[in-house]
Design a protein. Structure first.
Length: 319
């Protein structure tokens, strides 16, 4: 069975084709991860209809419109018995593109489901090109935000700050050695809640367009903001005449579907995925799994993520 979004806040399970699909391998799921930021936009219908990204994963190509089998976090076995991570929709049995799988060996399913989000965090870090000692902030402490916190703390010696309104998520970032703040307390540039020094590089991962105005208050002159959020069909009313203009800030949008050309011709998505898997094995983020639901009860998982984000982080589905 394959999960499909058929209308706002409505899903169903469609049968998996029984006949072999050309150039595909049969895949049996062990554990499925929900990427809350993107999937909640599909769940709520807050996406640009008929939008098409030609660089997307093979299973996600085509125009966005209901019904949609949208998902890219799946761990299981292919027909020859090898355990893989598959960038494939949510389902118990699927025909997957072998080019969109990563061999995971004896890595547990609970660790491996973080691979796609680690790849995104890695891509964000690389696209920002932080310099040693730079003052960095991460806005939004979902799974990608926390993974990026770990990467920045692991590879950069500068000051690192994190912002999120949810206390439990701030605590998880604090456990990674990050100084945390509640963004709701930021009012003016002279507010005592502002970090002790202006921020030179910020990552916007909150999923809320208006965060761009808020974080601009904390930025240093000529600071750079890297936007990793996908806002769907929601629009940002940017106050470009104030901090953006005065401080000469730059906005850079980063999207993981395309590899970074400035890394050279030897860098491709397969190399990035292998590095992401190595980083997952080092971090071991399975402790961030907070809830498990049977695949047939996936609607309950999305309801939880929408209504009680303070109580959950990585939600998984069990076939």
């Amino acid at each position: 069975m394959i999960l499909r979004f058929i209308a706002p806040r409505k899903i169903d399970l469609a049968p998996t084709p029984q006949e072999p699909v050309p150039h595909r391998q049969l895949f049996q799921s062990e554990l499925i991860g929900i990427s809350a930021g993107t999937e909640l936009l599909i769940w709520k219908g807050e996406f640009p209809e008929k939008f098409n990204n030609p660089h997307e994963l093979s299973d996600l190509q085509g125009t966005l419109n209901y019904p949609i089998s949208y998902g890219y976090i799946n761990v299981g076995r292919i027909s020859d018995g090898q355990r893989v991570f598959a960038y494939a929709p949510h389902g118990d049995q699927l025909w997957v593109d072998p080019q969109e799988t990563v061999l995971i060996g004896d890595t547990s399913a609970e660790e491996a489901i973080f691979l796609a989000n680690m790849e995104t965090a890695l891509h964000l870090y690389q696209s920002a090109s932080p310099y040693l000692g730079q003052r960095i902030a991460i806005w939004g402490l979902g799974v990608v935000g926390l993974l990026l916190c770990w990467l920045v703390r692991r590879f950069n010696l500068g000051e690192v700050y994190a912002f999120d309104p949810l206390p439990k998520r701030r605590e998880l970032a604090r456990e990674l050695g990050i100084e945390v703040f509640d963004p709701r307390l930021i009012v003016e540039p002279t507010s005592p809640i502002i970090p002790p020094h202006p921020i030179e590089l910020a990552f916007e991962l909150s999923g809320e367009p208006q965060t761009l105005n808020q974080l601009s208050v904390t930025m240093a002159e000529e600071g750079k903001i890297v936007v990793g959020s996908w806002y769907g069909n929601r629009q940002a009313n940017l106050e470009l005449g104030s901090h953006f203009h005065q401080k000469r800030l730059s906005l850079q949008f980063s999207q993981v579907s395309v590899t970074l050309r400035n890394l050279g011709p030897n860098w491709d998505k397969y190399r990035r995925r292998e590095l992401a898997l190595k980083l997952i094995r080092e971090l071991r983020p399975s402790k961030w799994i907070t809830h498990r639901f049977p695949l047939r009860d996936a609607s309950l998982a999305y309801q939880l993520l929408e209504t009680n984000p303070q109580d959950c982080l990585q939600v998984v589905l069990v076939p």
